[in-house]
Unconditional design. Structure first.
Length: 567
């Protein structure tokens, strides 16, 4: 019995309304499920990035300093009530857990600074215990080289050999600005003397002493080398005397401040980096201060166990390591992909190699770190020391963690990504382009060199982008092959007298990822380190974005260049 379509009273076929027609597309539910998962993932990424950006930017925003008066029963004995005063910026407000049957109360966390006085930079006080609060206009925040920020009211400025200057005098601010600038120039001079000049002389002396170790005692050159060493030691001593004299001048000028608790403290101007009056700043001044604080964060060196100062060595180390890793991974990845696709005979062995490459991409990064430590550092580095730096043994030159071994370890970890992306790009090259090149008399290598590789560059750059994104954020393998908490110098400089001149591939370095780990889990002051964690995370994300955007722009440019020839 066949099904007949519905008809009207006149015998004409009836029209079924569209909303009554049930359409069933196979897999439609899975499509919607995948879309929902993608939406949830994007929302999580947006929320995470918002938290990082908000807290990272808040680190540089100059907050107002509030003076609180509160009652503390713990001071002055049982049952006694004593009014205390504390000044600082509000960090957060939270609810204090209930205890002994008491109801939960709100408390605020205040950044008080003056860590050298109070032995802590943060304090919690109950909101209910606060009796008064105000924002004094004359309170100032002083950023120091040591001891963290100081917060207090200026009492007097005492320049060396001059009379005290009261904060009410018009020359107070101008004189203070002048002295702070002079001390900044003096610190730069000390840094140049100690790191550049004295450090360069020390490296030169080390090279000469290595020559003495390999020369026989009766060699005619020994006397000349010893004379050069003595001359260099004398120059070094003179420079050290100059640096010591400059250090002694750091305490010549003094700023006297009064803390909110009533006691007075003297701060050497040589220890002052900058200062500002937070409660007098307008919106434009706050934005200007934030821009300056962010610039200092980019260019200064870390201080106070990395919880203060800047992160320039970590940014520089991450950037150089990522570029070196990229320069190493692309040639090996492209050569491996070209061989597997164009030269290797397709069969079980090649399929097994491809499976191994794909599986290699899923190996935990710490395994690559152990391999890099065992093979690159101990085997390759130890062999280089034996062949070229035997005079310096037992002190290792390349037989220890360094920039080169870290870059090679990450290149080995990310090479499967480049191989897979390059193979896919090579396969995507139209067959007609290959056959046309071969028909014109070109050899197979000429076809690969001039036709296939140029057309595959966008795909190769895609693999490079993925490799940089993964390699720049890795931490576990770097902990074994060269990254350190604080590097005394950069891996690139103009010192030709170093053991490895100019580009110190054997030198340990700082990395933003490890810097975040160190601040978050190994810092002695977790409260002070928390803002730096957000700020450093924001910088790491920005650095990865800059590197990836550069590669993406280059890829798109090359893709447009070869678009015509690809079709």
């Amino acid at each position: 019995m066949s099904m007949q379509p519905p008809v009207t009273a006149t015998g004409a076929p009836a029209t079924v309304p569209a909303y009554k027609i049930k359409r069933s597309i196979p897999g439609e539910g899975l499509v919607w499920l995948s879309g929902m998962g993608l939406a949830i993932g994007l929302c999580m990424v947006v929320v995470l990035m918002s938290v990082i950006v908000w807290n990272g930017v808040a680190v540089f925003w100059p907050k107002r300093v509030i003076e609180f008066s509160y009652i503390d029963k713990t001071e002055g004995g049982a049952g006694a009530k004593k009014e205390l005063h504390v000044a600082g910026s509000i960090v957060k407000t939270q609810q204090k857990a209930a205890s002994d049957g008491k109801a939960a109360v709100d408390e605020i966390q205040i950044y008080t600074g003056n860590k050298d006085v109070y032995n802590l930079g943060f304090r919690y006080i109950d909101s209910a215990a606060i009796t008064a609060e105000k924002q004094p206009d004359d309170i100032m925040v002083i950023e120091r080289m040591t001891g963290g920020n100081a917060i207090g009211t200026p009492v007097a400025l005492i320049p060396k050999g001059e009379a005290e200057i009261s904060p009410k005098e018009s020359s107070f601010v101008t004189t203070l600005d002048r002295l702070v600038a002079e001390m900044a120039d003096q610190r730069a001079k000390i840094n140049r003397l100690e790191k550049s000049e004295i450090g360069g002389i020390s490296d030169h002396i080390k090279k000469l002493e290595l020559k003495l170790k390999v020369l026989p005692p009766d060699d005619s050159r020994v006397a000349g080398i010893k004379a050069d060493v003595a001359k260099l030691n004398a120059e070094s001593n003179d420079l050290m005397t100059q640096a010591k004299a400059l250090h002694q001048r750091e305490g010549d000028n003094v700023l006297k401040i009064r803390l909110v608790s009533g006691e007075e403290r003297k701060i050497a101007i040589g220890d002052v980096i900058s200062y500002y009056f937070p409660n007098l700043l307008g919106p434009v001044d706050r934005c200007t201060h934030m821009a300056g604080a962010f610039a200092n964060f980019l260019w200064q060196n870390p201080r106070e166990s990395n919880t203060e100062g800047g992160i320039f060595p970590a940014i520089f180390g991450t950037f150089v390591m990522t570029l070196l890793m990229s320069a190493l991974v692309v040639p090996f990845g492209v050569m491996g992909a070209i061989y597997l696709r164009e030269y290797a005979k397709q069969g079980p062995i090649v399929r097994a190699v491809r499976i191994a490459v794909n599986n290699l991409a899923g190996v935990p990064s710490i395994v690559f770190g152990v391999f890099g430590l065992g093979f690159f550092v101990y085997v390759c580095g130890g062999t280089i020391d034996q062949l070229f730096y035997s005079a310096d043994l037992p002190n290792p030159t390349f037989g220890t963690g360094g920039l080169l071994w870290a870059a090679m370890t990450l290149a080995l970890m990310t090479v499967p990504v480049v191989i897979v992306a390059t193979e896919e790009a090579v396969v995507a090259v139209p067959r007609g382009m290959r056959e046309g090149s071969l028909a014109c008399g070109a050899s197979k290598w000429q076809t690969i060199q001039h036709i296939i590789l140029p057309a595959s560059v966008p795909g190769i750059l895609t693999g490079l982008i993925l490799a940089m994104a993964r390699g720049a954020g890795e931490v576990a393998p770097l902990m074994l092959v060269g990254v350190v908490k604080l590097a005394p110098s950069l891996p690139l400089d103009l010192n030709a007298n170093a053991t490895v001149p100019f580009v110190h591939l054997n030198q340990k370095f700082m990395h933003l990822g490890f810097h975040i780990f160190d601040l978050g889990f190994q810092s002695p002051d977790s409260e002070a380190a928390r803002p730096m964690v957000y700020a450093t995370t924001l910088l790491l994300i920005m650095l990865v974005l800059v590197l990836n955007l550069g590669a993406i722009m280059l890829r798109d440019r090359l893709r447009r260049r070869f678009a015509t020839s690809a079709f």
